[in-house]
Design a protein around this ligand. Structure first.
Ligand code: PLP
Length: 413
């Protein structure tokens, strides 16, 4: 019998450089937002081909900050794919605007733009330049495509729909640092975007986020709002006899990243290409071997011309391949499989949840699971497998063998 191992879903990739960078910040005495944050913002923005980076405490706060800066508020509808982490629609709701949960494609897990083309004219009525929600009277004002699991949404189609209905676009790039369509990095599709540096992401600062934008006015506004909307920045205040506090003429936030975190981020950025290449190499092994070891799993799609960075390696249990006639039967199979893998020391997760069935949105939007069948299927059937820099081939085959053993024990080949 093989010895039980312990394989996490994800591990951050550090060496001595992060500890060294943190030690330098501590020795400097300036540990709050300062020069390291500015350096980190420049490094990320330059990498993604964006003009400005505004670091924040998380992607959730980056999304919220960007939405406030873009002027969203009560009476606005924002289209959000239902199959995403709850932080995406929550960031809309914080502003007083309404997150309208929409469908995703089950092959890419990203927003289904064909579905949207039918939905928008059904749900909204044109009045002059505006599209008004037939039920609530809200104005359709925005869309948040999510580059889920490290694969970009179809941005050509999203931007086309946005032009057609005059929508502002904010990209949720929490999972997508380094992802591309053709030669274009996420962050360079012409819209503001929000990144995450949570440890489940490619690079980490512990917690952290960043808005990327090419719009200088928006960048300045977001810098101000993230720091209580102070009319002078900390640096300006200290250059100008720091004992007097400036005016605070808007409702701002404290969404500042610390220099301790940013120093880790700067060190992590130097490893980003290596991390991306390693993750892609390990994902390619799953892609190659899963059809042999676990043909009942559908591997994640990387459409032609897209660079997936596999922040999550999200496969899907295939009900037809298993001879199930309902999603619920396949869902039970997936959950039993996760338990079996857990018993063998292998951590898995469902890809993410679909938000229209979570308590808050279920009560508020009154959607039934099958109102968005694609999103619901992704919730019930997705299975994320361990993937991180340092996952050995031997551990990866341990995972694959357990995927095979489980189906054999169930009498499925
Ligand atoms: C798609 C998506 N958006 C937003 C977030 C929120 O990111 P953070 O944890 O940095 O606030 C996450 C986190 O997992 C996410 O997956």
């Amino acid at each position: 019998m093989t010895e039980k191992r312990s394989i996490p879903i994800m591990k951050p990739y550090f060496d001595d450089s992060e500890a060294q960078a943190v030690a330098e910040v501590l020795a400097s005495g300036w540990v709050a937002q300062g020069p390291r944050v500015a350096e980190f913002e420049k490094a990320v923005a330059a990498y993604e081909g964006s003009r400005f980076g505004i670091a924040t405490t998380s992607c959730t706060t980056a999304l919220h900050l960007a939405l406030v800066g873009m002027g969203f508020g009560t009476g606005d509808d924002v289209l959000v794919p239902s199959y995403t982490f709850v932080a995406t629609p929550n960031s809309v709701e914080y502003t007083g605007a309404t997150a309208i949960l929409v469908e995703v494609r089950t092959d890419t897990y990203t927003i289904d733009t064909d579905w949207l083309e039918d939905f928008i004219p059904q749900q909204y009525q044109q009045q002059g330049d505006n599209w008004i929600n037939r039920d609530s009277g809200n104005r359709l004002r925005g869309i948040i495509p999510v580059h889920l699991f490290g694969l970009c949404a179809d941005m050509e189609a999203v931007n086309r729909i946005a032009r057609q209905y005059k929508l502002l676009v904010l990209e949720d790039s929490a999972c997508a640092l380094g992802a591309m369509i053709g030669d274009t990095h996420e962050g360079s599709f012409g819209n503001p975007s929000a990144l995450s540096f949570h440890p489940r992401k490619s690079i980490t600062t512990g917690e952290g986020g960043m808005v990327l934008t090419n719009d200088e006015q928006l960048a300045n506004q977001l810098r101000k709002l993230r720091s209580h909307a102070a009319s002078l920045s900390e640096v300006q205040r200290h250059q100008n006899r720091g004992y007097l506090l400036p005016d605070y003429d808007e409702l701002g936030f404290n969404y500042r990243m610390t220099d301790i975190q940013a120093a880790v981020g700067v060190a992590q950025m130097k490893k980003l290409d290596f991390i991306r290449d390693e993750r892609r190499r390990i994902a390619a092994i799953y892609d190659r071997e899963i059809p042999k070891y676990a043909p009942y799993l559908t591997i994640p799609l990387e459409p032609d011309g897209y660079t997936h960075i596999y922040q999550t390696y999200a496969s899907m249990v295939n009900p037809e391949r298993l001879g199930f006639s309902t999603i619920e039967e396949a869902h039970d199979f997936r959950n039993e499989l996760m338990e079996y893998l857990d018993d063998a020391g292998i951590a898995t997760r469902q890809g993410t949840h679909t938000t229209h069935i979570l308590g808050y949105y279920r009560k508020l939007r009154k959607l039934q699971p099958y109102d968005l069948p694609g999103s619901y299927a992704c919730d019930r059937l997705s299975l994320a497998l361990p993937l991180y820099v340092g996952l050995s081939e031997s551990d990866q085959f341990y995972v694959l063998e357990h995927l095979r053993n489980f189906s054999r024990e169930k009498g499925i080949n």
